[in-house]
Ligand binder design. Structure first.
Ligand code: ADP
Ligand code: LRH
Length: 488
């Protein structure tokens, strides 16, 4: 047996380390460890802040890398995680507090303050990003003047922070950096205007804090000696960038849904779309592997389901996802739908209560059972996917004849079936661990274990992963009338 590649993949709901080898045109993978992840609320002087427990994630990553190395050693390693969040290091290189979670309320009202200095249309012309309160540029403006920021010398996005701890080298991988709002999407470099606005209007010296950018596929440095010294590769360190690498598409005419805690719905392009129509539709241009652009909308995802389950369990109810999904599949279709992107669903909390309130406000009868709530969430997600796929095709001019679902949502057969019906196109579901596969393949290519372009990497995924195809059924008009119920 030969050495393995190891992907550290940190999702918002769990982290995992997956080992992989490429043999005869196939990627063979094995999950070596998985650990829980989620927001931790920590009370401080004047308010409670939501944090990530990044030290336990790091411990999970190290344990996974050691296990993956086993007796045969590592050929390479790569780290990806959710976007936008960061750790700050002081002059000694020590971490200044736990990274703040993007669902924390500190950015409430901040985008509007930033737009006074960098108007939304001018900002979009540079960074091409969907406005979300948690984009790093807004998080930095929110913490302007804090003691933490005053002591900071370096800012590292989460995968780069782990990379620093694993190698001692600081770098900013480009796909994830493109979610900060501080990258010029056409030039693929830090945006001078963004840095200027933060410095002049908020007193934040982002230029000094941010490391140099590296393209995905760059070998950053060897892992620390006690971890064996294999090359750490800057993969598509934004989890969505790695997920899109692993879409097993046979042609260019596909849309993808990276379906986990979030749903990232869009198409892959060669160049950004920064039209006014695109901005108005809140579409984002994130940077992808091999010079690509991930043109997508960030739609809320299985977060609503995760939080509903958590709420019911906290209330002492015994609920099991598989049973609920079985009952939800038999519940009446489109009985109640919500706008999953309504800001009320962003923070952690009692989602069933929020769904019931939304239903009442829109003249719908709220669900009456847990399975009814689950059905409402999945119908509503499929409805949001329908809109986003159609708009992505329309705004980009890209022809779409198939929708690929990767991520944990690919295991949810009801969601996949509803998506095919709602979008009106075949849905190919799988792989569920696409992000780790994309991470592994970019590493393997960087160290010479495979070669070829994205299409070649995707052929390896298609040969390795089991997929299930769902064909659309039922009339489109049901979905159109459901959409009208929630459109003001
Ligand atoms: P993230 O990377 O954001 O943590 P994942 O891609 O791991 O998210 O997806 C996690 C979600 O996938 C879970 O919350 C769950 O809703 C869904 N999921 C995973 N496995 C299954 C399954 N066997 N059946 C139904 N849903 C599943
Ligand atoms: C998905 C994801 C998404 C971001 C969000 C913060 O995990 O990276 O692409 O918008 O987290």
């Amino acid at each position: 047996m030969s050495a393995v590649h190891a992907a550290v993949d940190l999702g918002a709901s769990s982290g995992r380390v997956i080992a992989g080898r490429v043999r005869d045109g196939r990627l063979l993978t094995e999950e070596v460890t998985r650990f829980a992840n989620g927001p931790t609320a920590v009370p401080a002087a004047d308010r409670t802040t939501l944090h990530w427990d990044v030290l336990s994630l790091y411990a999970g990553a190290v344990e996974g890398l050691r296990r993956a190395a086993g007796t045969h050693g590592l050929a390479s390693a790569g780290v990806d995680s959710w976007a936008v969040d960061y750790g700050l290091l002081d002059a000694d290189g020590a971490l200044l507090g736990n990274p703040v979670h993007y669902r924390d309320a500190r950015t409430d009202g901040i985008p509007e303050r930033v737009f006074r200095h960098w108007p939304a249309d001018a900002m979009y012309a540079v960074n091409g990003l969907q406005v979300q309160p948690f984009n790093t540029v807004f998080q930095l403006a929110a913490e302007a003047g804090s003691a933490r920021l005053a002591a900071a010398r370096d800012l590292l996005l989460v995968p780069d922070l782990l990379g620093y701890w694993l190698t001692g080298v600081k770098a900013a991988e480009l796909t994830n950096a493109s979610t900060t709002g501080l990258v010029d999407v056409r030039e693929r470099r830090w945006a001078p205007r963004g840095l200027e606005v933060l410095a002049e209007s908020f007193g934040v010296d982002a230029r000094a804090l941010l490391p140099d950018l590296v393209e995905p596929g760059t070998v950053v440095a060897p892992l620390r000696g006690d971890l064996g010294g294999a090359p750490l590769v800057a993969v598509g360190s934004h989890d969505t960038a790695s997920a899109v690498v692993a879409v097993p598409a046979a042609t260019a005419d596909f849309a993808y849904i990276s379906s986990g805690t979030w749903s990232l719905v869009g198409v892959e392009l060669d160049a950004p779309v920064r039209t006014e129509a695109s901005r108005a539709a809140n579409f984002t241009n994130e940077l992808g592997v091999d010079g690509t652009v991930r043109y997508l909308r960030n739609v809320s995802g299985l977060w609503l389901l995760q939080e509903s389950l958590r709420t019911w369990r906290e209330q002492g109810r015994e609920v099991h996802l598989a049973d609920l999904l079985e009952h939800a599949a038999r519940a009446p279709a489109l009985a109640c739908v919500v706008d999953v992107d309504d800001p009320r669903f962003l923070p952690p909390g009692d989602m069933p209560a929020r769904i019931a309130a939304f239903a009442a406000e829109t003249g719908q009868r709220p669900p009456e059972s847990e399975a009814g709530f689950v059905r409402c969430i999945l119908d509503s997600l499929a409805l949001a996917y329908r809109r986003a796929v159609h708009q992505a095709a329309e705004l980009s001019g890209r022809n779409v004849d198939v929708v690929h679902i990767v991520g944990g949502g690919a295991n949810n057969t009801l969601l996949c079936r509803l998506t095919a019906d709602a979008v009106g196109l075949p849905v190919v579901a799988g792989p569920a661990e696409g992000t780790a596969m994309g991470n592994l393949l970019v590493q393997a290519r960087a160290v010479g274990a495979v070669d070829g372009d994205l299409a070649a990497l995707r052929r390896i995924v298609a040969a390795s992963a089991e997929t299930v195809t769902y064909h659309p059924e039922g009339p489109s008009s049901h979905w159109e009338s459901a959409a009208r119920r929630i459109t003001p």
